[in-house]
Design a protein around this ligand. Structure first.
Ligand code: MG
Length: 388
């Protein structure tokens, strides 16, 4: 068996949303298909993935380096020991040939997206949902049935008032979610505190509301927000500053007793190791949010989790960025803390299978082989076009 082709395309998210740091008007994502010569149900098995949201499409790196390396490799060098399936660890190593250490983001998104698509193919060839394959390999077979899931939302939009924000949250609670995350930092502190108080009236408890500053704050503003937010004892305060500014993050953690969250803008095990080593974060309460397809993929996540475990961090502290089916399977398979959701935003790239059920803040894991993008009609239309 072999990979016969890998195809990619760039798709626009077409979103009018804005957070504290940037708007999404030019945002794109790369969609990837890894096509094999294995035949199931009358056609070749293809694995799919996309590079989540918030980082631009990265087709140039895929086309110039990573896809040619895989397609040129002798097929048997990419297979598992039994020769009956692809081995994602070997595919990752193949893509990393002749890559200089460090400087991760230039390639981690391209590599991670292809790697996750390989896993989709692996699970389809095995005839199992991806989360089961991951649970067997990385979690002693313990697969979750349902995964805790919170809503990322509360973006700033033209003309959107506090009442509209409350309506947004109510609509999410009506879908079965219990916990909401809203953006902060795109307004003044008094305005944002009004938004938080209005949101708390709807969710009814500080531990059901998180806030996200998208790494937009300088030192003065990060510390001022930490002080203003402290009395609310929120579920978490996300990205108060650049995640690589360990000194400032440690100062925020020193002043802010409740949970902090960060990591969606870190792309390597080494970056996360530095974050927990020097950023003042606390394993008993803080949350790590690395986006898996953006940070080299699933094999590398297993290495990051092992590094974290050696430093006293449990898997339940990890809530990967990216409200999509890839993240859902990864959280369920590895037994991580939970998953994000963005119902109704980011077009076809948000959300889960069309028949997914949200109940009491949890979402069910699908039973289809692979990641199951085939049950997400709008997104699968984009993916299917790649293989026809
Ligand atoms: Mg965030």
């Amino acid at each position: 068996m072999r990979i016969t082709d890998i195809r990619e395309t760039s798709v626009a998210l077409k979103s009018s949303l804005r957070n504290a740091a940037f708007d999404f008007s030019e945002m794109t994502t790369s969609v990837v298909a890894v096509i094999t010569d294995v035949v199931r149900e009358g056609g070749p098995v293809a694995g799919f993935a996309f590079n989540s949201t918030g980082r631009y499409a990265c087709g140039a790196q895929m086309r110039e380096r990573f896809i040619p390396r895989i397609v040129k490799a002798p097929p048997e060098t990419l297979l598992n020991g039994r020769g009956d399936n692809l081995d994602p660890e070997k595919v990752l190593a193949c893509m990393m040939q002749r890559e200089k250490p460090g400087g991760h983001t230039e390639r981690s998104v391209a590599i991670g997206t292809i790697e996750v698509a390989v896993w989709d193919a692996v699970a389809k060839i095995a005839g199992k949902p991806l989360y089961r394959v991951l649970a067997e390999k990385y979690n002693r077979g313990r697969a979750a049935k349902r995964v805790p899931c919170y809503v990322g939302g509360g973006w700033y939009e033209p003309g959107k008032g506090v009442g509209d924000l409350q309506d947004e949250i109510r609509a999410r609670l009506d879908l079965g979610y219990t916990t909401m995350k809203i953006k902060v930092g795109g307004a003044t502190i008094p305005q944002d505190m009004k938004r938080i108080e209005a949101s708390l009236k709807v969710v009814r408890s500080g531990n059901r509301l998180a806030v996200d500053a998208n790494a937009a704050f300088d030192r003065a503003r990060a510390l001022a927000y930490a002080k203003a937010l402290a009395p609310y004892e929120l579920r978490w305060f996300e990205e108060p500053c650049d995640p690589l500014d360990y000194a400032l993050l440690a100062d925020v953690a020193h002043d802010y007793e409740a949970s902090l969250a960060t990591g969606e803008n870190l792309f390597s095990t080494q970056d996360v190791q530095n974050l927990v080593g020097y950023g003042g974060l606390r394993a008993d309460r803080d949350i790590l949010q690395m986006d898996v397809p953006q940070s080299y993929g699933i094999v590398q996540l297993s290495r990051t989790l092992a590094m974290l475990e050696r430093r006293g961090w449990g898997r339940k502290s990890v809530f990967p960025h990216g409200g999509n089916q890839m993240t859902l399977h990864i959280v369920g398979g590895f037994g991580l803390g939970g998953c994000e959701a963005y119902p109704g935003v980011f077009g076809p790239f948000a959300g889960f299978a069309d028949d997914a059920r949200v109940e009491n803040g949890t979402i069910n894991l699908p039973d289809r082989p692979g990641i199951g993008f085939e049950a997400q009609n709008a997104l699968y239309a984009v993916m299917r076009a790649l293989i026809n």
